[in-house]
Design a binder for this molecule. Structure first.
Ligand code: ZN
Ligand code: ZN
Length: 399
């Protein structure tokens, strides 16, 4: 991330006096301004990254001493206290109206709708070109993964959510296993039976349940609204039943980053994908509509988990935006058991489980599972549901 001072000279990340090295002189708010900092100049400054809420006042005072008339901040964790204040308070500033700030603002406001619109457009073009569904899903999945990876490298929001090598390797294994085998097994076991039931229902009713005469985009919208009810129901049951340890695998990372979207225990993937596919097959969904839905939901899931600051408030009464889904990954029970929507927030609104972040409330340090910490290897994730009780007993004993 490139930063510059109000006078255009480069600014390094400046650590607070906690011994964490970032290649710049220590910043001691009580002891005066840092030795390496922006030159005094009147103007507005924007603090680009700031990890500790306790440092906000000191950083602001420091910048004002340097001549900034007004200082704006990124959203920072609401929590304060010695443990927060002791961590690194990295900050960098960009001047108002600079190119870097304009690009940041564009990403913040347009990244989410742009990715979703591109997924829809790309899906439509590739389906129209007559490519096989498996090829479309593989190429779009890889293309959006590369895009999200590059965007997180360039515009990553939270330092503590940066892609970790161990977790990345684990999630690639999750992608290779959970995104392929459970669906293939479910398809082999149940597809013909469910299609048979669907045909029988159509014959009994005298008409088909699927709006085959609609254009592909209309069928996509129909599929989305219909399947979201099933996704909502399954997701809520996963949180509120004995199946929670299976779904807890998806929630066990302390980070939010795009690859987390593919993390699912294979047994949970079998339940979730199986439930969604069964419903759509029962309704009689044609292959092109299913392909378009899967391209879109895949891209949505990547962007929903991305470590990029996105202002998606305008969409958050229709869609399960990244801001809403972050709350769903919180350790706090009241937030964890809310916002169950996959793509849409419609059913959360209807059933009263939608919650939204309050102003300035960011939960960078509150992501993960309540009560336990889980090793981030693939085998630990596979074993998690079967070691659930022991992990909780060990955690309780160590407190
Ligand atoms: Zn969940
Ligand atoms: Zn998630």
């Amino acid at each position: 991330m490139s930063q510059s001072c109000p006078d255009g000279s480069p600014v390094k990340a400046i650590p607070e006096a906690d011994g964490i090295r970032h290649g710049a002189a220590p910043f001691r708010p009580e002891a005066g301004p840092p030795s390496r900092r922006a030159s005094p100049r009147a103007g507005a400054c924007r603090v680009r990254t700031l990890r500790a809420s306790g440092a906000r006042g000191s950083v602001g005072a420091d910048l004002r001493r340097q001549g900034c008339r007004s200082v704006s901040y990124p959203a920072i964790p609401a929590a304060t206290g010695p443990e927060v204040d002791a961590r690194a308070a990295r900050y960098a500033i960009v001047p108002d109206g600079s190119g870097a700030m304009k690009i940041d603002a564009l990403v913040e406001n347009l990244y989410y709708p742009a990715v979703l619109a591109s997924a829809l457009g790309l899906g439509l073009v590739l389906i129209d070109a007559g490519l096989p569904s498996s090829l479309i899903l593989t190429t779009t999945g890889l293309a959006f993964a590369v895009l999200c990876f590059a965007m997180e490298r360039r515009f990553g929001e939270a330092e503590q959510w940066r892609l970790d090598g161990v977790e990345a390797r684990t999630d690639i294994l999750h992608a290779l296993v959970s995104n392929t085998i459970p669906t293939a097994v479910f398809r082999a076991l149940f597809l013909s039976a469910i299609v048979g039931v669907s045909g029988w229902v159509t014959a009994a009713l005298g008409f088909g349940l699927w709006p085959r005469g609609w254009p592909l985009l209309g069928q996509f919208a129909f599929a989305l609204v219909a399947v979201e009810l099933v996704s909502y129901g399954i997701h809520r049951v996963l949180h509120r039943s004995r199946l929670w340890p299976l779904h807890a695998v998806h929630h066990c990372s302390p980070r939010m980053y795009f690859l987390l979207s593919v993390r699912k225990h294979p047994l949970q993937a079998f339940v979730t994908y199986g439930g969604r596919l069964s419903f759509l097959w029962l309704l009689g969904i044609p292959e092109p509509a299913l392909t378009l839905l899967l391209v879109y939901t895949g891209a949505n899931s990547y962007v929903q988990h991305s470590n990029i600051r996105m202002n998606t408030r305008a969409f958050s009464y229709v869609f399960a935006t990244p801001e809403l889904h972050r709350l769903h990954h919180s350790k706090r029970e009241s937030e964890l058991n809310a916002n169950f929507g996959d793509v849409l927030i419609l059913w959360d609104l209807l059933f009263g489980t939608r919650i939204a972040p309050r102003d300035g409330d960011v939960i960078h340090d509150a992501i993960g599972l309540p009560g336990i910490e889980v090793p981030q290897t693939y085998w630990s994730h596979l074993r998690l549901p079967f070691e659930w009780q022991r992990l909780h007993r060990d955690a309780a004993a160590s407190r």
